[in-house]
Design a protein around this ligand. Structure first.
Ligand code: FE2
Length: 315
């Protein structure tokens, strides 16, 4: 894993920057904040900017971890019972700003209008009643690994997660496509646009399947787009077998990291699949709590489905 530990003197520079940005905006959801976040991000310490630039440009790994941002457990308050933002969400505004500043060095944060009220920075918390659902707000069901928004060509290039609380050390799981060995004949099949992707439960307004390849890019170091739970079983034997072998190989390579408070994990959505282990939620304000953003490298790709050049919401 590509990882980074914030030095004390870097934190001394980051704290006033985050505080100043917080004083200028009411929320990270504000258009004015989002229009300016990439400018503010240029004031992060140069070593951190270089680290994220290397992650983006040379693709040293499918995941990167930034550690050392201090989270005051009392200040952030109780883990909320729902992702819907409350007025008191300002208690976590500084953490949200830090995550968004880091994300802005990789691209522009995006949201889907039909997902979680179109929020850019989302709370990943267990919701009572969703225990057995295989979605972000579930808990007792493992969230099986997947490419985020695999069916959609406008999907983000990166998922950014920041941990505020994880007392039971619940792992965020991932597998890196570079570490998965595949038979060259199967790679060839997986490069063909013969696989039908269906919308996952977070896109309830869509129903149509979309044909695409599972692997793409450079056949020697392929990118991946894969979510077997939301794909049709291919009709031909060679496609079925290639899909099953890739599924098994990813299962065997699945690893994870139990994020600590303050840690930010960026997952390259082209180079890693991700999920979450199951856990027993208490629903008493002390459960696992992460913030999440989706980052696109090229906002223009989705211009046809956004209202304005700088709008972040995909309709
Ligand atoms: Fe996901």
């Amino acid at each position: 894993m590509h990882s980074y530990e914030l030095a004390d003197e870097e934190l001394e520079a980051i704290r006033p920057l985050v505080e100043e940005v917080a004083s200028l905006h009411g929320s990270v959801e504000e258009a004015d904040f989002l229009d300016n976040v990439s400018t503010y991000a240029q004031e992060l310490p140069r070593r951190l900017r270089a680290f994220l630039n290397t992650f983006r440009l040379t693709e040293p790994s499918g995941v990167c971890l930034i550690s050392g941002y201090p989270v005051d457990d009392t200040k952030v308050g109780k883990t909320p019972p729902h992702w819907r933002k409350k007025l008191d969400s300002s208690y976590t505004m500084e953490e949200e700003i830090f995550l968004n500043l880091c994300g802005a060095l990789l691209g522009d944060a995006i949201a889907w209008s039909h997902q979680r009220d179109g929020l850019i920075c989302q709370d990943l918390v267990p919701i009572e009643g969703h225990e057995n659902k295989m979605i972000g707000s579930g808990s007792e069901q493992e969230l099986v690994w997947h490419t985020e928004d695999a069916r959609y060509s406008y999907r983000g290039d990166y998922i950014g997660l920041m941990c505020l609380r994880n007392p039971d050390a619940v792992p965020t799981t991932f597998a890196l496509i570079d570490e998965v060995w595949l038979d060259p004949d199967q790679v060839e099949v997986l490069f063909e646009p013969r696989f039908v992707f269906r919308p996952d439960p977070s896109h309830p307004t869509d129903s149509e399947g979309k044909k695409a390849s599972v692997l793409f890019g450079d056949p020697r170091f392929p990118y991946v787009r894969f979510d077997p739970y939301c794909m049709d079983r291919p009709e031909t034997e060679d496609a079925r077998s290639a899909m099953d072998c890739l599924t098994r190989a990813i299962d065997e390579n699945l690893t994870g990291v139990a994020l600590l408070p303050g840690e930010c994990l960026f997952i390259d959505n082209y180079r890693a699949v991700h999920g979450r282990s199951s856990f027993k939620a208490r629903f008493d304000g002390t459960d696992r709590w992460l913030k999440r953003i989706n980052v696109a490298r090229d906002l223009r790709k989705s211009r046809a489905v956004r209202k304005a050049p700088a709008s972040r919401v995909i309709l």
